[in-house]
Design a protein around this ligand. Structure first.
Ligand code: ADP
Ligand code: MG
Length: 564
């Protein structure tokens, strides 16, 4: 083997590591869930790769996870004979915790005073492999990628540095060895070299893993004789294939954490099965927090595709539309080929039908949440509403359902959002439109001169401040028979709702101001289409309004930014 090279953790990674290891977690057992989860992913990958690449030299006859405890040396090793990692991959994947969002996370942590909130933030970020350092003061990883000749050893105490060396001999796959912290150092630590302790943790967090997890356990038979033997300690039952009634909440939660790499519980679980000509099972989850990258170009979809229990692909865009990219889960279809490609999936009629059903199910689940648990619904909408609203532009078929579950800020209540149904219930007699104004922030639109007259007349106005609002509201004709009407556009006829409604005063004013208006029209001819008297304003002297079919100011800004 070559000489070990020493590398330094990036400052950010180091900070994060310190935070995780020393401050935050009460439940340290979860390190095992993370290691098993990684091993399971590696086994999925090697099976898939050997299937796709017949030339790959790899033995897939006994794919498994092996847990080995050494009481004397106080080590615990989690081995898999999965895909393994090349030296470069170790460097890239294990050598840095520099996942996208590290800097943002640290910034948010700095601003968070509350411990529980900090825990939620980190949990959502996911410790993964590095959670080993909660229980170990040194971690060694030995790995060899399937098809490669040499292996790689990575070693670190989790403080400032780690070492990497190339080794000649290594079994295919990955072995992670934890040098466990001394018990007296951390009184909360269980004895992780005890097979009963490990078995209990595996049953609790990783029972559904579809690969055998094996460990040497002690058995006492009826004659009182003790033997040691290797046993499979998980049931390996695919959760999604079991009837709903037989799965308990905790099992759903742990499964969610395995597939999402999130440490927090899901907000909502959706478990459904379709029987008949095209059989499938789906187990979907709505997370409790939006990921950091929800609005970046690289944002991944969260649904995995299985065919008859065999993992086929992550990040499967054919199963759910982009605006539901935050939904995590598994879809297992019975009648697809294991060779199915992304391109084929996109065109498959049955997949399209399944996708329509899944979309409807997610939307109806949110609708139920709205009536049954308004607080949880509000949390959902705060986290994901902005993404869901993209569906108002991209998924016209479901527009009504999406409008039904949407909520918006409005002049009615500065503290909470309103649904469109609630808005309609509060509409004044004779009001036939849903009034709205778009802009970049609540405070900006609230102080807009356009709003004054509406406020004076007690008319509620929706305050649409997400960039996407401008896009959908342009194209959505109505909700429940009520038109969306921008109060910054066209002639909003407020006079009709005047108390006396005679209109004589208005005629007088028109005459009185005729000269001024025509003078202003000529002066401003290059900049505005028309100058007219307005009943919109009560304190501001004048304001600029758009035509009904003009694009709104936010959209205009977006188009300009895009170079239009
Ligand atoms: P995550 O699982 O969320 O990606 P982790 O910190 O748990 O984050 O792991 C980082 C990456 O290291 C994994 O995505 C995977 O590519 C690689 N990795 C970790 N453990 C293994 C393993 N046992 N076999 C192969 N690759 C692994
Ligand atoms: Mg992981």
């Amino acid at each position: 083997s070559t000489q070990a090279e020493t590398f330094e953790f990036q400052a950010e990674s180091r900070k994060l590591l310190q935070l995780m290891v020393h401050a935050i977690y009460s439940n340290k057992d979860t390190f095992l869930r993370e290691l098993v989860s990684n091993a399971s992913d590696a086994l999925d990958k090697v099976r898939l790769e050997s299937f796709r690449d017949k030339d790959l030299e790899v033995d897939t006859s006994d794919l498994r996870i092996l847990i080995e405890a050494d009481r004397e040396h106080r080590t615990l090793t989690v081995c898999d004979n999965g895909i393994g990692m090349s030296r470069d991959e170790v460097q890239e994947l294990i050598g840095t915790i520099a996942k996208s969002g590290t800097a943002e996370l640290l910034q948010q942590l700095k601003d968070t005073k509350d411990g529980a909130a900090a825990q939620e933030l980190i949990g959502q970020f996911g410790l993964g492999f590095y959670s080993s350092f909660m229980v170990a003061d040194r971690v060694t990883l030995l790995t060899r990628r399937a098809g490669e000749d040499t292996g790689t050893r990575w070693d670190s105490t989790g403080e400032g540095t780690y070492t990497i060396e190339t080794v000649d001999e290594a079994p295919q796959g990955t072995a992670v060895t934890l040098h466990l912290k001394a018990e007296d150092q951390e009184d909360s630590l269980l004895d992780y070299t005890d097979s009963t302790t490990i078995t209990n943790i595996v049953k609790r967090y990783s029972d559904f893993i579809s690969w055998p997890i094996r460990m040497e356990v002690e058995r006492t038979d009826s004659e009182g004789e003790t033997t040691r033997q290797i046993e499979t300690i998980n049931s390996m039952k695919a959760l999604w294939a079991r009837p709903k009634e037989e799965v308990d909440e905790e099992e759903y939660r742990e499964f969610y954490k395995h597939i999402s790499h999130d440490w927090n519980d899901p907000l909502e679980t959706i478990h459904l099965r379709a029987e008949g000509t095209f059989e499938y099972q789906a187990l979907l989850f709505i997370p409790s927090m939006a990921p950091f990258d929800l609005f970046t170009r690289e944002a991944k979809r969260g649904v995995q595709l299985y065919v008859k229990r065999v993992f086929i692909m992550d990040d499967c865009e054919a199963l759910l539309p982009e605006y539901l990219r935050f939904v995590k889960g598994v879809v297992d279809a019975q009648d697809l080929s294991l060779n199915v490609s992304r391109e084929i999936l996109q065109q498959d009629r049955q997949i399209q039908m399944m996708r329509r059903r899944l979309v409807k199910k997610v939307l109806s689940t949110v609708k139920e949440l709205m009536t049954e648990d308004p607080d949880r619904y509000a949390k959902f909408w705060d986290q994901f509403g902005q993404a869901v609203k993209e569906g108002l532009v991209n998924d016209i078929d479901n527009r009504d359902q999406i409008l039904e579950i949407a909520s918006f800020e409005s002049t009615h209540d500065p503290e909470s959002k309103t649904t469109l149904r609630q808005y309609i219930e509060r509409m004044k007699d004779g009001q036939d439109s849903i009034y709205y104004i778009t802009g970049s922030s609540r405070s900006k639109v609230e102080n807009s001169p356009h709003i004054e007259a509406f406020r004076d007349k007690g008319l509620e106005v929706l305050l649409l401040t997400d960039p996407v609002d401008e896009m959908w509201v342009e194209s959505a004709p109505e909700f429940d028979g009520k038109r969306f009407q921008s109060i910054a556009k066209g002639q909003v006829d407020l006079d009709e709702q005047d108390e006396d409604g005679s209109g004589t005063e208005r005629a007088q004013q028109e005459q009185e101001f005729a000269e001024v208006l025509s003078w202003m029209s000529t002066k401003l001819a290059d900049d505005v289409k028309e100058v007219r008297l307005s009943s919109r304003l009560s304190t501001s002297p004048a304001c600029v309004v758009g035509d009904n079919d003009d694009i709104g100011p936010t959209l205009e800004k977006m188009y300009r930014a895009m170079g239009h």
